[in-house]
Structures are given as structure tokens and as C-alpha cells.
Write a protein that binds this ligand. Structure first.
Ligand code: T46
Length: 133
């Protein structure tokens, strides 16, 4: 089964331009408790390098592009987010890395839980131990 779960976000376009709506428990299969966005990423920077114990997220590049690598301890897959109509759904216990940010990249993430540093697994060896157990 693929680790890459892309949700096609309906674009509500008219003569004025485009609009995408994200609704909790409708467009995304969880209650949205938090949103954050990443922008102004410097050249050759990669981010992420962690997993979450209990967090569902939807990541959308609303401008520009970046590449996600997802890893469940058995397989690793890569996907380019390059459209505001493409949402990447990421579940618990998946190691994620973000690479190849374009200068104009604005990555918005909708999350099922409030920020909690204790939910992060930031060491890859710890992550492998925890997915195996
Ligand atoms: C994820 C990927 C896709 C907060 O205080 N509140 C927040 O809601 C977030 C997300 C971060 N922070 C603080 C924690 C750090 O001091 O902001 C700083 C940067 O966070 P971090 O290094 O975790 O950022 P990324 O880009 O490596 O990872 C982020 C999310 O943290 C993470 O949950 O899945 O984006």
C-alpha cells in the first residue's frame, strides 16, 4: 500500500479566479485544531526529519512547490506538492522530510491536534524501534 495519500481539493473557480475550501471532517478526515504555514525557506534547506505519535495532518503547497519524503520504517516514498489543489494526508507514525523548497513555496498544514513537542519522535533510530514494537 502506498504511503502517499493525496487528496484532490476541489477548486471552486469562476471568472474572478480560484478558491479552495478545506472543511474539517469533510475535505479532511479529522477535526482541525491547528494550522501553520512554512514560507521564506532558505536555499538548500530541508525540514521535518521526525514522526508523530498521534497526529493527522493535511499539507498543501498553496504557492510554489516542495517535495515530501514519507517513510513508515519499511518503505520510503517521495511526492512533489506543486499545486494548491493537491493535499497530502499524513497519519501517525510516519517519518517525514521536506526537501527542494522553491523560493516562492508557501506550505500550509492543517493538524488534528494542538502543538505538543512530546508528540514528536525526532531521532530516526528511535522511530524505527517504535514502529517495530
Ligand atoms: C510537521 C512538518 C510537516 C510551534 O511552536 N508550533 C507549531 O505548531 C509548530 C508546527 C512548530 N512550532 C515550533 C517548534 C520549533 O521550535 O516551531 C519551530 C519549528 O518547528 P519544526 O522544527 O518542528 O518544523 P518542521 O518544518 O521541521 O516540521 C513541521 C511540523 O513541526 C511538523 O509537525 O509534520 O512541519
Amino acid at each position: 500500500m502506498s504511503l502517499i495519500n493525496l487528496i484532490e481539493l476541489p477548486v471552486l473557480g469562476d471568472a474572478r479566479g480560484s478558491l479552495v475550501s478545506i472543511e474539517a471532517n469533510n475535505t479532511v478526515p479529522f477535526d482541525i485544531k491547528r494550522a501553520y504555514y512554512i514560507f521564506n525557506t532558505k536555499d538548500n534547506v530541508a525540514r521535518g526529519f521526525h514522526a508523530h505519535k498521534n497526529l493527522k495532518q493535511l499539507a498543501v503547497c498553496v504557492s510554489g512547490q516542495c517535495r515530501f519524503e514519507l517513510d513508515n520504517g519499511l518503505q520510503r516514498e517521495s511526492v512533489l506538492l506543486d499545486s494548491p489543489a493537491k493535499g497530502l494526508f499524513i497519519v501517525d507514525m510516519v517519518w517525514r522530510e521536506m526537501h527542494d523548497f522553491s523560493k516562492d513555496c508557501v506550505l500550509i498544514v492543517f493538524a488534528s491536534e494542538h502543538y505538543d513537542e512530546a508528540d514528536y519522535i525526532r531521532d530516526y533510530e528511535d522511530f524505527l524501534e517504535q514502529v517495530k514494537s
